[in-house]
Design a binder for this molecule. Structure first.
Ligand code: ARG
Length: 273
């Protein structure tokens, strides 16, 4: 197995206005206090980990009144120089979509607009030559056909069934071109069968790992950045030859987000997978 790390380009959004003012997933409790300064420090550490690994981090300016804008993975899907903008299910996040769209446009990406609810890389993950696309809670099934048309990769629909794992990136991590890690119980029986067929060597995570958002991880093919609380998953990944880097995003987890949610991969061209 080759364990070559690829240099990646990421988009992130500083959680300057982070808060939990509404509840659109089971992790969010608007009555519990949030420490926005701690969220910023945890986020800065994540950003520094990427820089230390040799990745590039671009930043989009946070917008007051959009507390979930820190979750840049939901800002779009960017593959081969094309950027598909997003359409959020919930009105509380709707105004993030044009902010991210404007950033992609200014950065020179070829723009596509969504025709249905589509929450970007939260639900759309490139795994080798397939696009895995989640549905069941956020991204509409109808958007999967548009994703296939825009990007030209076969789209595999993944049916999510547990409301705690409402975005695909909370239930499945792409480790490299060939392998993923996932929580089987987060998927319908049919989707579990598809995952077994596509990824017979996949790492199966435990519920304990998933409950600390351990699967909300970012891999460059060699290093896997994941929540430090996901100790069993980290051990399994090390057994497979990956280097794991634990980060603490406990404050952002109060909104239902982890490292991957804070990170949007910007894939410029064909060679940049
Ligand atoms: N509070 C946000 C929401 O419910 C969290 C988004 C997490 N992002 C992700 N890619 N899973 O929409």
């Amino acid at each position: 197995m080759t364990m070559d790390a690829t240099r990646q380009r990421f988009l992130m959004c500083r959680p300057t206005y982070f808060a939990v003012d509404y509840a659109i997933n089971p992790w969010m409790d608007p009555t519990a206090p949030v420490d926005a300064d701690l969220a910023v420090r945890q986020w800065e550490r994540l950003r520094q980990v990427y820089l230390d690994l040799g990745h590039t981090v671009e930043e989009i300016a946070p917008v007051p009144g959009l507390p979930d804008m820190v979750f840049a993975a939901n800002g779009g899907t960017v593959i081969d120089g094309k950027a598909m903008a997003v359409q959020f299910r919930d009105p509380q996040r709707a105004d993030e979509a044009p902010a991210y769209r404007a950033w992609f446009e200014a950065a020179g990406f070829e723009m596509y607009d969504p025709k249905h609810v589509n929450e970007g890389e939260g639900d759309v993950l490139l795994a080798g030559d397939h696009l895995l696309a989640g549905t069941g809670f956020r991204t509409a099934h109808a958007s999967h056909a548009q994703l296939q048309e825009v990007f030209g990769y076969p789209v595999i629909t993944m049916q999510l069934v547990d409301p705690r794992f409402y975005h695909l990136d909370t239930a499945l991590t792409v480790l490299d071109e060939r392998t993923v890690a996932y929580l089987p119980e987060a998927f319908s029986p049919g989707s579990q069968a598809v995952l077994r067929r596509l990824f017979p060597d996949a790492v199966h995570a435990t519920m304990a790992d998933a409950e600390v958002l351990g699967l909300n991880a970012v891999s460059d093919g060699r290093h896997v950045v994941l929540p430090e609380q996901a100790t069993d998953l980290a051990a399994k990944l090390r057994d497979r030859g990956y280097q794991t880097i634990g980060v603490d995003l406990s404050e952002l987890r109060r909104a239902g987000g982890g490292p991957k949610c804070c990170t949007l991969r910007l894939r410029q061209g064909k060679a940049d997978r």
